[in-house]
Design a binder for this molecule. Structure first.
Ligand code: BG6
Length: 498
């Protein structure tokens, strides 16, 4: 379906997200003919721009952030005419009255049918202020047109604050109007997990505790916290990556087949999966969760890297984790007894996101008494989410020669070889889907809360017990030693190359 005519309002339009991601994504959609003809953008923020100066600012940056090699100046000048700006404060009722008038005028001019998409490119602290402002002038109400809001993470900082945020948002909006972004769901390779599992008949019969030994999901980053110390020091990697991005990938990988490709059918299955994850007791947290914080070390370019505690806006005695590894259990029939290991961190050796599904080993008796016995390693299926996007199947093959020696070999699928891929920001599909009213790639309030429920005991134990060994891994290394002991205690080891 083509997206509906609409106007997109960006709150906080003068910020980084708008110029780096939103405008470039919308422009990429425009160039691919995926925007409705009747479409306009209205940026609103406190900063003093006119529509003209705002367009100039967007024009300066768009070349750097959209598809650079094919920048089309003519297309940009047509697209740019659709961008408007309005100055206003979010705590000012009069500004929302002006916004309404402005939107009515734009609606008449662009023939957008009354549909409006509100994008909160603002800190969560002002979500409820904006909601209240919109409600006061009736802009949350739907009739023969729709009104939708897109909310960026973080959705709360723990279970209580997430519940409160959901309550606030749902006071004025119906769940069906709320689109919560998790940018990992915008990644082609993450979406492909569903295609791989449910469009192919070959793997599904093996996708269970009878055949799978364990699962690993790894998302590592080379960079440190950079300029985001103020936010990150209150957050840490469990809140920043695991509770959202890693759990979304785990849900796609482990959920039951949905009854259809409708958003509610998919999200229901994700919810069921997350609800089956065992909530740890404090003792179990100590056993199954490892935290780390980077100390000084060496960056990729060979220059020295500061320890986390000396980063800008980070407390000099910070207890915040920049690395975590966790072992989870899923208490359902499919996954009973199959551990899921998750890990993520900053200041590490490589930037890579990978999922490894390790199958059970073949029984050895066939090769008893040959050199092959004892070499039988388990098969692995590896989803390379980024970089070098692809899927790899590792299995044993006989080495040429007179004896029965085995070696691990790969069957490899590379995105770049199989498809012509268009570089994008990763936000295009999500914005496109939202304009079509398809919420599959967005999180739902119950999913968000269940995810917080899973990590809450970890957050509680780590808050109450100071990490005495921080920093416990050098910047640019593979992470803390204890993270390697975690699978080892379960007679497994990390397999991803990160
Ligand atoms: C964001 C986190 O959600 O994801 C960042 O806030 C992190 O800290 C980023 O760097 C990682 O995203 P990607 O797409 O680069 O893996």
């Amino acid at each position: 379906d083509a997206p509906d005519p609409c106007i997109m309002v960006i709150f906080g339009a003068s910020g980084d997200l708008t110029k780096r991601l939103l405008i470039p994504s919308l422009f990429n959609l425009y160039c691919d003919n995926l925007l409705p003809d009747a479409f306009a953008i209205l940026g609103m923020a406190m900063d003093d721009f006119s529509t003209e100066s705002f367009r100039d600012r967007m024009s300066e940056d768009v070349r750097n952030y959209s598809r650079q090699d094919q920048f089309d100046d003519h297309a940009w000048s047509v697209f740019c005419d659709k961008i408007h700006y309005m100055q206003g404060r979010f705590d000012d009722a009069e500004a929302f009255a002006r916004l309404k008038t402005f939107l009515q005028a734009l609606d008449g001019r662009y023939d957008a049918g009354g549909n409006i998409l509100f994008y909160m490119a603002t800190p969560p602290a002002v979500f409820s202020m904006i909601s209240t402002g919109l409600e006061a002038v009736g802009m949350n109400e739907e009739h023969d047109y729709w009104r939708r809001i897109i909310v960026e993470k973080p959705f709360g900082s723990d279970l209580d604050s997430a519940r409160q945020l959901n309550r606030q948002i749902l006071t004025y909006w119906k769940e069906s109007q709320v689109y919560r972004i998790d940018h990992y769901l915008g990644k082609e390779t993450v979406q492909n997990l569903l295609a791989f599992r449910f469009a192919n008949g070959m793997f599904e019969p093996l996708w269970n505790r009878t055949h799978i030994d364990h699962i690993q999901i790894t998302a590592t980053e080379q960079v440190g916290v950079e300029w985001r110390g103020g936010y990150y020091d209150k957050s840490g990697v469990v809140r920043d990556m695991i509770q959202n991005h890693l759990f979304q990938m785990m849900a796609y990988l482990c959920m039951e087949p949905p009854v259809s490709f409708e958003s509610e059918a998919i999200r229901n299955e994700k919810f069921k999966l997350l609800s089956a994850v065992r909530i740890m007791e404090p003792e179990e947290v100590r056993e199954n969760a490892v935290r780390g914080q980077y100390g000084e070390g060496v960056k990729q370019d060979g220059s020295p890297a500061k320890p986390y505690r000396q980063e800008h806006l980070v407390h000099p005695d910070s207890n915040t984790e920049t690395y975590a590894a966790v072992k989870l259990r899923i208490d359902n029939w499919r996954w009973h007894g199959v551990p899921v290991f998750l890990r993520s961190g900053k200041g590490l050796r490589t930037k890579s996101t990978e999922i490894v599904v390790q199958f059970r080993r073949a029984p050895e008796f066939t090769f008893r008494g040959t050199p092959a016995a004892g070499q039988l390693e388990a098969n692995q299926l590896i989803f390379r989410i980024q970089p070098n996007e692809g899927i790899e199947l590792r299995f044993l093959a006989k080495r040429p020669g007179p004896s029965m020696h085995m070696r691990k070999v790969n069957m490899n699928f590379e995105y770049d070889e199989a498809f012509v891929t268009h570089p994008g920001t990763g936000y295009e599909t999500m914005l496109y889907d939202c304009m079509r009213g398809d919420a599959s790639l967005f999180s739902r309030s119950d999913l968000v809360e269940t995810s917080w429920q899973i990590v809450q005991p970890i957050l509680d134990v780590w808050k109450s017990e100071k990490a005495r060994d921080f920093p416990n891994y050098p910047f640019g290394s593979w992470g803390p030693k204890a993270a390697f002991d975690l699978p080892a205690a379960a007679h497994r080891r990390w397999l991803a190359r990160s």
